[in-house]
Design a protein around this ligand. Structure first.
Ligand SMILES: *Cc1c(COP(=O)(O)O)cnc(C)c1O
Length: 441
């Protein structure tokens, strides 16, 4: 059998993008982050206790393109960039849809997800600024493992605050972080004043990303050689992830793929932003009619169920106020397996794009997303991360809508990671013991 030329579109290493794309340059009406003490727009000095100068400059930049340092580009090769764009022929055939379904393979990184794209850049800039220790939070563990891995490349020590619920449920993630040589604490922890306060008030708590962020920020603020690193939400993280979308655009052009929909899951918004922002830029400039669909869990529906207002990024109120879709910074979602989607807020850039109707959103219960994941495994041979199952489910539904309308739509989704470390969730689905999103796992 001959393999059609759009079955898998690869790019050679020289085609790793040379610059990141910054949506800030193209999207109108952004509201600045505020200093909660003064309620005035944040100035660079406000961020100096926790971020290094290079990161602050990128966070506040309005330049359309920012050059990717040679050393970061070189190291992207070790994360298996450029990532393939693949066509899901067997899934299409199973669905009996006239739609074409493609997916961008962020699961092929040795880290198993897209998180390394920004971890690498952040570790590089912190090393350039002389930082010796990075702290961070992690929910399901993908971000903590990504940062732990790249810190080794730049001789930085890494301390991870891992949400207690995941720490207990996903011990192997902890093993990965230890294997890379980093330190990991269950959060809330006795290591910080905020952690001790939460432990005293709620001794049995399973924690939240918001609490873990507060702890990591507190530790970084107390040590001049230590900075904090965030895996999603902020502008510089969205920026670094745009290698995904720029590669995808080049691959679509090479294989003459003209997308009607680009679909990705949203937790804090980084894989969605990285995948879609370069195309949203084209849409703003009137060069494409592509529609952009963000998919979130019913258990943490910040776009479809939240409010667009200023809110804190963490539970302790230590971060700046961000203008974003939020469920409230004290929101604790039920313990769904898609741990990377259990966040109360949404990237201010993704929020603005949604508010201005460049992006639409839908939400699903976790059972229907695992059903989609099992279908992907049985047709395409890939077991997607529970987070990525949300994007997949969105893509499948669009393909079924195209079938009903008998339209040859082209759907491209972002497979943000693989699920080989999330098999407990698949096991619960397969044995009929998976709780619905509304209840604890
Ligand atoms: C962390 C994670 C997500 C959610 O984070 P975003 O910043 O919204 O992309 C999605 N998929 C995978 C595989 C993840 O690891």
């Amino acid at each position: 059998m001959t393999i059609p030329r759009d079955a898998r579109v690869d790019l050679p290493p020289e085609h790793i993008p040379k610059r990141w794309y910054n949506l800030v340059a193209d999207i109108p009406g952004l509201k600045p982050p505020l200093n909660p003490a003064t309620m005035k727009p944040l100035c660079p000095e406000d961020m100096e206790p926790i971020f290094c100068k290079d990161i602050i400059r990128q966070e506040m930049s309005a330049e359309r393109y920012i050059d990717i340092p040679e050393e970061v580009r070189d190291n992207y090769i070790y994360l298996n960039r450029p990532a393939p764009l693949q066509r899901a022929y067997r899934l299409e055939r199973y669905l009996k849809t006239p739609a074409k379904i493609y997916f961008k393979r962020e699961d092929m990184s040795p880290l198993g997800s897209h998180k390394g794209n920004t971890a690498l850049a952040q570790a590089y800039y912190n090393a350039e600024c002389g930082v010796k220790n990075l702290t961070t939070e992690t929910g399901a563990g993908q971000w903590g493992t990504a940062l732990a891995m790249v810190c080794n490349l730049f001789d930085i020590d890494c301390t991870v605050f891992m949400v207690r619920g995941s720490y207990d449920q996903k011990p192997l993630r902890k093993t990965i972080i230890h294997t890379y040589g980093s330190t990991v604490h269950a959060s809330p922890s006795p290591m910080t004043a905020y952690g001790r306060k939460v432990l005293k008030e709620h001794p049995g708590t399973s924690g939240s990303l918001g609490i873990a962020i507060s702890e990591a920020c507190e530790m970084a603020a107390g040590d001049p050689e230590c900075c904090y690193s965030l895996g999603s939400v902020l502008n510089h993280v969205m920026l670094h992830q745009t290698v995904i979308g720029q590669e995808t655009m080049e691959q679509m052009e090479a294989a003459e793929i003209d997308p009607d929909y680009m679909v990705a899951c949203v937790g804090g918004g980084s894989n969605f932003a990285g995948f879609t922002f370069p195309m949203i830029g084209e849409r703003i400039r009137g060069k494409t009619d592509c529609e952009f669909v963000a998919v979130e869990p019913e258990a943490a529906p910040s776009l479809t169920g939240g409010e667009f207002r200023y809110d804190f990024g963490d539970a302790g109120g230590m971060t700046p106020l961000l203008m974003m879709y939020t469920l409230g910074s004290d929101f604790i979602p039920s313990g769904i397996h898609a741990g990377g989607l259990r966040y109360h807020g949404m990237s201010p850039l993704v929020s603005a794009a949604y508010d201005q109707k460049f992006v639409s959103a839908r939400s699903y219960d976790q059972t229907e997303t695992f059903e989609a994941g099992v279908l992907m495994a049985r047709t395409e041979g890939i077991i997607p991360a529970p987070e990525s199952c949300h994007a997949l489910k969105g893509a499948i539904d669009l393909a079924l809508e195209a079938k009903r309308a008998n339209e040859e739509k082209t759907i491209v989704f972002c497979l943000s990671g693989h699920g080989l470390l999330d098999l407990y969730g698949y096991d619960q689905y397969l044995t009929g013991t998976l709780p619905s999103s509304a209840r604890e796992c």
